[in-house]
Design a protein around this ligand. Sequence first.
Ligand code: SAM
Length: 263
Amino acid sequence: ESADSRLLKTTGKNMGESGVAAMATTYQKFDPAAYLQYNYVPPRADFERKDSIVPWKLACLHRAFTEGDISGGLLIDVGSGPTLYQVLSGCEVFSKVLLTDFLEVNRQELKRWLQGEGSSLDWTPYIQYVCKLEGRSPSEWTEKAARLREVVSDVLPIDVHRADCLVSCFCLESVSPDLDTFTKALGHISKLLRPGGHLLLIGALQESYYFGGPGVKIPVVPLNEAQVCGSLQEQGFTLIRLEVYTLPSDMKIGVDDVTGCFL
Ligand code: SAM
């Protein structure tokens, strides 16, 4: 690789990172109440008009969650902003809904509605409209509102441009059948980190099994220090510090065959 192409890659990466930082700065001025007024009242949210954008979105989401096979345990809404319309259909077919946003002001807006406190927009016509799509009478909207409040388990911060730090302890090696899968799992979780972010990884050394309960013997990929370092290097991590612990013999109590662990 020539010095020029390395420079280009570096410049490209830095431009991307400074662009992300500039976006974050712009968002500090985001005004939830204004955003709701711009986008979530008529003409954009005119429930008498078929060609209004909000009824179109609600109808699409309704079809997606009722006509297909999309249902299950956890539904995560990424970048919820101060809005709830996007989970009005999903909340009926998932038992848990997580709302997320980058900004505290948006998370506060959502939490106010969830706690039954005043919110910047009245979501009633939205809930009534989705009730109608579901073949329920619009007067059943209070039940739907209660369902939404019940299934939304939290409103969490999120940054889609990745985390600053990950912690993972005794997970990757005890869920991977072999070294190759362990290395791939490291690669998968590395995608969650921002460039320059940190991974604190604790794991077992030379362990081939542990008991997850009486008679529940769970296989573990036995790793040595060199293999851990090799996997980290293969996935583009820079090793800052390696600490190794050797298990004293009186801690070998028969619940696994671990000989030590690494951080
Ligand atoms: N989902 C809502 C909707 O349908 O109207 C809000 C969309 S709004 C155009 C974009 C949202 O992305 C804002 O709520 C903003 O706070 C959030 N956001 C900004 N930066 C983000 C980031 N790095 N990661 C996740 N969300 C981010």
